[in-house]
Design a protein around this ligand. Structure first.
Ligand code: IPE
Ligand code: IPE
Ligand code: MG
Length: 256
């Protein structure tokens, strides 16, 4: 039986809202350093990173996380050597070919986010296939941020809104945060509560720029291939200790 076998039997998520984030974003960083530390080619680190991704998806689903966004390839990662870019494309292809069936059996819905018009036909078809195969699933949503950049996503959304305003379909004064969010790749998905970045780097690197406005950030030292269930649980326990205020005040602390 699959590791995810118990997912559909999980308790109603709403009752657990304070302790388990509804949406977690992960910046899966440090594959190259993991490999270099072992005298291996960087691609060996990316391959190990796929194992960490599998572990994390299984464990997040088991914990009742509703949406998990994983940063797999950024709009800036094209600047890497062509051979590394090609191997990252190959790993995405293999991940979808090998894991889609298990994801689907475990009621996980796959949703690619990111720019599509400059990806190969083959990668585009695979992303569409993964999305369509799992469209009706009602368990965790796995948002795969591939060829994704937050600024690019906002610019693409603005372009569509501008076209619709120019066509007279939207009034300029109807353009507000809710409208813009509805044109982002993440439309309909609640903002991330928690963003985890591995490998000790403390930056966003263009991940979920708009959506991260009130996310809690947890930066962990582990390199992504070493990230495991215990590391995820540790990040969740740090999240539970955070005091989220969303610009307001904390009840009972100010005494009115
Ligand atoms: C993250 O690992 C994976 C991708 C960005 C695709 P890196 O390849 O960035 O690893 P480091 O940061 O060089 O160690
Ligand atoms: C961010 O990591 C992108 C992904 C994890 C896919 P990078 O390694 O590309 O980010 P920088 O260059 O260190 O900021
Ligand atoms: Mg990196």
């Amino acid at each position: 039986m699959s590791v995810l076998g118990g997912v559909s039997a999980r308790p109603d998520f709403d009752t657990e809202a304070p302790t388990v984030p509804v949406h977690i974003g992960i910046i899966m960083d440090g594959n190259g350093r993991w490999a270099e530390a072992r005298g291996l080619p960087r691609v060996a680190g990316h391959r190990k990173g796929v194992d960490a991704l599998r572990r994390t998806v299984r464990h997040a689903a088991k914990l009742g996380v509703r949406h998990l966004t994983v940063f797999s390839f950024s709009s800036e990662n094209w600047s890497r050597p062509a051979q590394e870019v090609a191997s990252l494309m190959g790993l995405l292809r293999r991940f979808i070919e090998q894991d889609l069936r298990e994801l689907d059996q475990n009621n996980i819905r796959v949703r690619p986010i990111g720019r599509r018009d400059n990806l190969s036909k083959e990668i585009n078809e695979l992303l569409t296939h993964a999305e369509e195969t799992t469209r009706a699933n009602t368990g965790m949503t796995l948002l795969v941020a591939f060829n994704y950049g937050g600024r690019d996503e906002i610019a693409r959304a603005c372009r569509i809104v501008a076209e619709r305003v120019a066509a007279g379909e939207i009034a300029a004064d109807a353009v507000d945060e809710t409208l813009i969010a509805s044109y982002l790749d993440t439309a309909g998905i609640p903002d991330p509560d928690l963003i985890i970045r591995t490998s000790g780097e403390s930056r966003l690197s263009n991940f979920l720029m708009w959506q991260a406005a009130y996310a809690e950030f947890v930066f962990v030292p582990e390199l992504w291939p070493d990230f495991d269930e215990a590391a995820l649980e540790a990040a969740l326990s740090e999240f539970r200790n955070r005091n989220r205020r969303f610009g307001g005040v904390v009840a009972g602390v100010t005494g009115g």
